[in-house]
Ligand binder design. Structure first.
Ligand code: GLN
Length: 392
């Protein structure tokens, strides 16, 4: 057999998505791959039904249907506090997964260095390999997930072309403060580098924390490449609608990459999703309230069981600290992946092993998500109660 490329030999399939497959095989409650088990807003469903009859059903413009980009630009302009031009500063992609990949391919030559926080959303590792970039990892140190700005400056001094910021952060739930973003942004400007952001959880932020868009900070728009999607905000992860927003020069490059990667995102779904982008501000306030209730309910449940965890400032993920189990003779020597497999088979709840997010050899954290209906969360907590028996 001829050999495959070295590129594909250097990374594995996604552990997050693999856990979903294992979870399905054992009929566990899937709290691994983050996606809601409840419906999108009715306005989107109605628009989808109408689109089925009225179309469009053929390609949209490769970089996004005009009405979809215009609706996006109205929403993003509000967030950024400046006018975002739908004709030159937006490119619609197949989810933010493609947005991030296209952004990396737009700015990186093979060998270029890009800073990535650790823990990081696992796609960024593969994105770096596929675009030829060399990651420099900047630790976000648990349990507070703070970082050392000097290490970021050292990375820029080494010539890093960009830094990737997932804000709010998957998997650790950190919401970067305005001060932190301002400090990182100032370094990016000083060293003439880019900031690539992943802001898909921008509307899942818990008070008193607030989301600040890097591109909204003074002087940062031209140096920021914002990747975002409709998946989490409108509970439509399967629609695969994302976008890149940036300067006209960056977007011109990104549109070329995107055109040859995928041609375009699904035209009927772009048409239907306009209804989501036009929802009133109250929709986002309600979404935040809903997820705040879910976070509080789930975290209080974990506390009652005696499981140790962080309190996320944003996103719908919780990191469980499993050291109290790994210290027991029964579990000693297990990897976090093996522990997650044990949980799926014996507890009936699926999580993602933390090692798939960390550069450092971390084996004691696993990620659960709470984007689930109340009844699913109740059943998940009932099942997790069984874990307390091992601690007696
Ligand atoms: N962002 C979600 C997660 O981290 C799902 C990502 C995906 O599988 N595309 O679980």
């Amino acid at each position: 057999m001829p050999k495959l490329s070295e590129r594909v030999e250097t990374f594995t399939d996604s552990v997050i998505r693999r856990m979903t497959r294992i979870s399905n095989a054992y009929g566990a409650i899937n709290l691994s791959q983050g996606f809601p088990d409840f419906d999108p807003p009715q306005a989107l469903l109605d628009a989808l039904a109408k689109t089925a009859c009225d179309g469009p059903h053929q390609y949209s413009i490769t970089f996004g249907a005009q009405n979809f980009r215009e609706a996006l630009s109205r929403k993003v302009s509000k967030t950024f506090g400046r006018t975002v031009d739908p004709d030159t500063q937006l490119c619609v992609t197949c989810g933010s997964t493609e947005a991030m990949m296209a952004a990396m391919m737009t700015i990186c030559n093979p060998g270029d260095k890009v800073m990535v926080f650790s823990p990081f959303y696992e796609n960024y590792g593969a994105d770096a390999i596929l675009s030829g970039a060399e990651p420099i990892y900047i630790p976000l140190v648990p349990p507070t997930y703070d970082f050392d700005l000097d290490r970021i400056e050292a990375g820029f001094r080494e010539g890093a072309k960009a830094i990737i910021i997932c804000n709010p952060s998957n998997p650790c739930g950190k919401v970067f403060t305005r001060e932190e973003l301002t400090a990182i942004g100032a370094l990016a400007l000083r060293y003439d580098a880019f900031v690539i952001t992943d802001e898909v959880y921008e509307h899942i932020v818990f008070a008193p924390h607030v989301h600040t868009a890097m591109a909204s900070l003074p002087g940062m728009f031209d140096h920021t490449i914002t990747c975002n999607s409709l998946s989490k905000t409108y509970s439509v992860t399967g629609w695969r609608l994302g976008y890149i927003c940036g300067s006209a020069r960056v977007i011109e490059g990104a549109r070329k990459v995107h055109d040859f990667l995928t041609v375009g995102a699904a035209a009927p779904l772009q048409e239907a999703a306009v209804a989501g982008l036009e929802l009133p501000e109250s929709y986002y306030a309600e979404l935040q309230k809903l997820y705040t209730q879910k976070r509080d309910f789930f975290c209080e449940g974990l506390d009652r069981i005696g499981l140790q965890h962080n309190i996320p400032q944003g996103t719908y993920f919780v990191m469980l600290d499993i050291r109290q189990f790994l210290d027991l003779p029964r579990f000693r020597g297990l990897s976090d992946l093996e522990f997650c497999e044990w949980m799926i088979k014996n507890i009936g709840v699926a999580a993602v092993p933390g090692s798939s997010f960390f550069r450092e050899p971390v084996n004691h954290l696993i990620r659960l998500h709470f984007a689930r209906q109340q009844s699913t969360l109740e059943e998940a907590l009932r099942r997790l109660e069984k874990m307390a028996e091992y601690l007696k």
